[in-house]
Ligand binder design. Structure first.
Ligand code: IFM
Length: 416
């Protein structure tokens, strides 16, 4: 059976600065990577895949494959390597990068903060520094001034809960802490950054702006009513609570106890949905109230693939009442046939969402290219494009060819 994709659905790819640029050395992540045992195999982002110098090659490949948008990010540490000193050459390079895309007919979405903080801010408290939001607003204003009129869409902060969780609850990302109260403070601080970033962008540019949240789909494991209820609670905590914060401007449980955050309810022109996996919930097997397993095959990240969860989370996200974009969705695997099936199945879910009346306007596959996957280093392969580890030369995978065909023909039949 053939499934048609709407012609106006923008189909693109996603990346982030620290993971692909190389030489992102004024950041907390760069320092964290130097500590033995923090990153798998002691990998370091190092030269990454040298997007900073090879971006024209990537843009050309994107154009040749009909890619319509690239969601990329800028590095705060690279642009503001010392507090208050902005590197004009770095800003000029970002302008060049964005313009190269525009000349190739590729729309650019820019994320202002995707996980890596400037070293100077990390040294004085990072996200929890009292003036973090103020500093971020100043940085965001500079970036918006440099790129205004060129950007299709702005994303303020990428995956606040994932970052707070890695850095302050699990302690596996910088700053390596394990404290629930500080985790909660980091979640709130990231929402403050989001509001500050949103304001800064709209002081100088009209392109739509919004937050990007990592959504997780929860389901009951055994189909019992009690498991289903547990799944609803988990889904509320992971997804709906964030949507509620954005909708009402109040920080609701479990992320806070009702305090208002001025401007939060007016900070979403769009909402970005990152979706990778689901969890199952089971009250009979406490304390494992939730896990990622459904007994099926795991990706290189240890996640199980669950395409229909994308429709669930698009429903959750749509409650905010603004256009929704799938800002990341992808799979870490060396089995490209699996990536092709993943891509087609998830795009099918996007179609179902649109057919059911949800205002989903775009899909970006994570990732354009194999890259530095944070604490997992270079092991997981998320790319539509493979990279030779020695020469860093690019090799399009079959999955990229399939994506190119889907973009061109707007139909999902035929699989590979
Ligand atoms: O690589 C990350 C990205 O930086 C944020 N979202 C999830 C991706 C895969 O883990």
């Amino acid at each position: 059976m053939s499934i048609d994709l709407p012609r106006d659905l923008i189909l693109g790819v996603a990346t982030s600065a620290h993971q692909i640029e190389g030489g992102d050395l004024h950041t907390d992540w760069w320092d964290f990577e130097q500590l033995p045992g923090r990153i798998q195999r002691n990998d370091r982002s190092g030269r990454a895949v040298e997007f900073w110098t090879r971006f024209r090659e990537d843009v050309e490949l994107m154009r040749d494959h009909g890619i319509q948008s690239h969601r990329m990010s800028v590095s705060w540490g690279r642009i503001e390597p010392e507090e208050g000193r902005f590197d004009e050459a770095a800003l000029a390079r970002y302008v060049e990068i964005v313009d190269a895309h525009r000349s190739a007919g590729i729309a650019v979405a820019v994320t202002l903060f995707h996980f890596a903080l400037p070293r100077w801010l990390a040294a004085r408290g990072g996200l929890l520094a009292p003036d973090a939001a103020e500093r971020f607003q100043r940085f965001a204003r500079r970036v918006a001034l440099a790129l205004r009129g060129r950007v299709w869409q702005w994303h303020t902060v990428n995956e606040p809960v994932v970052l707070a969780d890695g850095g302050y609850r699990r302690g596996v990302w910088p700053p390596g802490e394990r404290s629930l109260p500080r985790f909660a403070r980091a979640c709130r601080a990231l929402l403050e950054l989001h509001v500050a970033g949103y304001r800064a962008v709209h002081e100088v540019d009209d392109a739509p702006a919004g937050l990007v949240h990592n959504f997780i789909s929860a389901r009951g494991r055994h189909g019992s009513e009690v498991d289903r209820r547990a799944a609803r609670v988990v889904q509320w905590c992971l997804d709906d609570a964030v949507v509620e914060c954005l909708a009402t401007g109040r920080i609701v449980p479990p992320w806070g106890v009702g305090a208002r955050l001025d401007g939060l309810d007016r900070s979403s022109d769009v909402l970005g949905v990152n979706y990778y996996n689901g969890v199952t919930t089971c009250l009979h097997e406490l304390p494992a109230i939730m896990d990622g397993s459904r007994g099926d095959r795991r990706t290189q990240m240890g996640w199980s693939v669950w395409a229909s969860g994308l429709l669930d989370v698009l429903r959750s996200a749509s409650r905010l009442g603004v256009p929704v974009f799938v800002t990341e969705n992808g799979i870490a695997t060396d089995d490209d046939a699996w990536r092709k099936a993943f891509l087609a199945e998830h795009l099918h879910q996007v179609c179902l969402a649109i057919q059911s009346g949800l205002d989903v306007r775009g899909y970006a596959h994570w990732s354009w290219i194999d890259n530095f996957e944070w604490a997992e280093g270079f092991g997981p392969r998320f790319g539509l494009v493979a990279v030779d580890p020695e020469t860093l030369s690019r090799r399009p995978r079959e999955s990229l060819r399939l994506y190119a065909r889907i973009i061109r023909e707007r139909t999902l039949d035929g699989g590979g």
